[in-house]
Design a protein around this ligand. Structure first.
Ligand code: HEM
Ligand code: HEM
Length: 180
């Protein structure tokens, strides 16, 4: 039964590959990578898309008919996939991005990203993985947090972070994250 369960999850996950890529390693930078993402976080986002706490016209209809078991199975599948290396398209930004990630910015009161998302950007059982995520997707999310467009409960902490990020800092940190 355990393997039958895993087979069923893999089959269901195939419906996501068109956008999120085979095994969750999407190629197009508007679609977030899911490979190696923390399972708790994938489940939470699917739940938030279903309730409308996180708004996405694309994801909402996909999860509308799913239940908690579906979410858990999909999350376990993608969390177990091997993330493929991604690359920064603006390497000039990497040093500035790394400094922000590791140390934050004392002048603006920006906390270090690493304090929550962990050294290496791998996340843990409380915070999502950011390593290897597409720069364009990550920048879009940071702008949404900043504007309040993504404001569901635990995302409030990200709003206080994003409010302290300048446009130049966003441009730098997302390149570093893509390269991690
Ligand atoms: C975002 C899962 C199918 C397009 C997400 C996120 C998850 C997810 C967990 C949030 C990722 C993050 O916060 O890092 C899934 C699963 C699918 C599926 C499990 C299959 C059951 C699709 C399909 C499409 C799609 C088929 C395209 C037609 C998107 C887009 C976003 C997204 C555009 C970003 C939304 C935003 O900008 O906030 N998906 N997805 N997904 N997904 Fe899917
Ligand atoms: C989510 C970036 C600092 C807590 C996220 C996401 C991004 C991000 C891009 C969304 C991930 C996705 O959609 O796949 C950053 C950057 C930081 C930073 C660049 C530093 C400049 C922090 C800090 C904390 C934190 C210091 C904790 C105090 C969280 C939480 C979420 C999150 C709880 C999940 C929100 C949700 O459930 O929707 N972060 N982060 N982050 N971050 Fe951060």
């Amino acid at each position: 039964p355990a393997t039958a369960q895993a087979d069923a999850s893999a089959q269901a996950a195939r419906d996501c590959f068109a956008c999120h890529g085979p095994g969750g390693n999407s190629v197009l930078p508007i679609f977030p990578r899911l490979a190696g993402q923390q399972a708790f976080y994938i489940e939470k986002q699917l739940r938030d898309f279903r309730s409308g706490k996180r708004q996405s016209e694309v994801m909402a209809p996909i999860v509308a008919q799913m239940n908690e078991d579906d979410f858990a199975a999909l999350a376990a599948f993608f969390a177990a996939q091997q993330p493929q290396p991604n690359r920064a398209d603006d390497e000039a930004q990497l040093a500035a991005g790394k400094a922000l990630y590791d140390d934050g910015n004392t002048r603006s009161g920006l906390p270090a990203c690493a304090g929550c998302h962990q050294p290496g950007g791998l996340g843990n059982e409380r915070f999502p993985r950011l390593a290897g995520q597409h720069a364009a997707y990550t920048a879009a999310q940071l702008r949404l947090f900043k504007s309040g467009g993504r404001g569901n409960d635990r995302a409030k902490v990200m709003r206080t972070v994003a409010e302290r990020l300048s446009d130049d800092e966003i441009a730098a940190v997302v390149q570093y994250l893509a390269s991690m």
